[in-house]
Design a protein around this ligand. Structure first.
Ligand SMILES: [Zn+2]
Length: 448
């Protein structure tokens, strides 16, 4: 049989637990997972009842997790670990967004301390992610070389999106900035098979011109690199695109050190979502994550639904910047139209931590009528799909990587819904986390 030959070819570990939440609402009481340790990493070879798996894999090493629940690791599709050094700057909350960006840029570490400060922030952010059960991140970085060097070993699984700006007087830097964000072809090939993949992030409609966006999308399509962009985060983006007016245009004009705007900045009347569609972002051949989409009318949601891009909704960051006071986020309308939506944290400069479980729990607290299983899907399967990693992680099924976490409860929850509800009502760190089939933390008092 297929399973038997797997156990003969490679070492197999059986994880048995009180229940397994495999994803998509499926609950397997008394279930387990068979992890095959191959030269390419730890792959889920089988999912089923613990008794059946023990029969199928008689030579496997058995690890018993008692009454704990095994579930897929969380996915945080939009964060900026390099900004972790701004964790104590949440008091900037009273600043309007353009002033907040200026404060952010003014707080960039100087050239001498940048290496240590950013490396430390990234290492700390990666540890904090794993400790919160996050086994996969979409991490946007401006200091690509530093951040990728700090992300080279261990977890979480990472799509490292190199951030690019190209507007006005900086537009001639696009070629160099694109090349730097992409890294070398050899590095891209190597990284695609490892825990670290390369992606590209055109920053935002007020820092990347339409023609530059087209070139970035074309480069991503050619090299098969996933894309992400901040889009429709601010109501002011439409004014800026139309005629460089509004708070964003004024901000660029008064920032004398940057003095970015020139007469050749193209104008677009129709708002950021039509602008992104016009420049090919919504129909790229690679996975695309649109961060925020805080502002969208029905016609714009239809445009998103006609494209292929996913939306990363960052609930606490959105609340922090006051957008909830203007209008509620339309993530449920997006889901109803077939747009993939996931939850993400954004950076520690606008969020108290980088736990996506805390984002989902925050939504659940504000609206207990939300389906708890659906909320868990937003931070597992849907996050993986947004990053183009459906064949890799986000669920516990045969053939995917062993990105797993374990939670303990007083008794084994009776259903997926009861489990999701308990986890969201009282979020906690996982007892154990596996990345690519290898354990990264040990639960106390459990053994084979
Ligand atoms: Zn962001």
């Amino acid at each position: 049989m297929g399973q038997a030959s797997t156990s003969q070819r490679s070492r197999v570990t059986l994880l048995q637990a009180g229940a397994v939440y495999t994803g998509n609402g499926h609950w397997l009481r008394g279930g387990g997972l068979a992890i095959a340790h191959t030269s390419a990493g730890g792959v889920i070879a089988d999912v089923g009842s613990a008794a059946t798996l023990r029969r199928r894999y008689p030579r496997a090493i058995i690890k018993n997790y008692g009454s704990r629940v095994l579930m897929p690791g969380f996915v945080n599709a939009h964060t900026h670990l390099e900004l972790g050094y701004l964790a104590d700057k949440l008091s900037w909350r009273r600043l309007a967004f353009p002033q907040w960006v200026v404060a952010l840029m003014a707080a960039y570490p100087d050239a001498q301390s940048a290496q240590a400060v950013i490396t430390q922030a990234v290492i700390r952010g990666r540890r904090a992610s794993l400790a919160a059960g996050v086994t996969c991140i979409g991490d946007i970085c401006r200091h690509h070389t530093l951040v990728r060097a700090a992300s080279r070993h261990g977890g979480p699984r990472t799509v490292s999106f190199g951030e690019i700006t190209a507007l006005g007087r900086s537009r001639h830097l696009l070629t160099d900035r694109l090349a730097a964000a992409m890294g070398t072809a050899a590095a891209r090939r190597h990284k695609r098979n490892s825990l670290l993949q390369i992606g590209l992030s055109p920053h935002a409609p007020y820092s990347v011109e339409g023609p530059a966006l087209e070139r970035i999308v074309a480069a991503a399509n050619k090299a098969m690199l996933p894309l992400t962009m901040h889009l429709a985060e601010l109501a002011a983006e439409a004014d800026f695109l139309r005629d460089a007016s509004g708070p964003l245009g004024r901000r660029w004009q008064v920032m004398k050190t940057l003095n970015l705007l020139d007469d050749a900045v193209p104008h677009f009347d129709g708002g950021p979502i039509r602008w992104a569609a016009a420049h090919g972002l919504l129909r790229a051949r690679v996975p695309v994550v649109l961060a925020h989409i805080n502002y969208a009318d029905n016609a714009e949601l239809d445009i998103l639904a006609a494209g292929r891009a996913a939306v990363a909704y960052c609930p606490r960051t959105r609340h922090y910047f006051g957008h909830d006071a203007v209008a509620p986020h339309r993530w449920r309308d997006m889901l109803a139209r077939g747009i993939n939506v996931c939850l993400a944290t954004d950076s520690l400069a606008s969020s108290p931590d980088i736990s996506v479980l805390h984002e989902a729990a925050w939504l659940f607290k504000r609206d207990p009528s939300l389906d708890p299983v659906m909320l868990i899907e937003l931070i597992t399967r849907r996050g993986a799909a947004a990053l183009g990693l459906t064949g890799m992680c986000g669920q516990l099924r045969k053939g995917l990587r062993g990105d797993i976490q374990a939670y303990g409860f007083g008794a084994v929850p009776r259903s997926a819904r009861a489990f999701a509800e308990e986890l969201l009502a009282a979020p906690r760190p996982p007892d154990a986390v596996w990345l690519d089939g290898a354990k990264s933390t040990e639960p106390p008092g459990e053994s084979a």
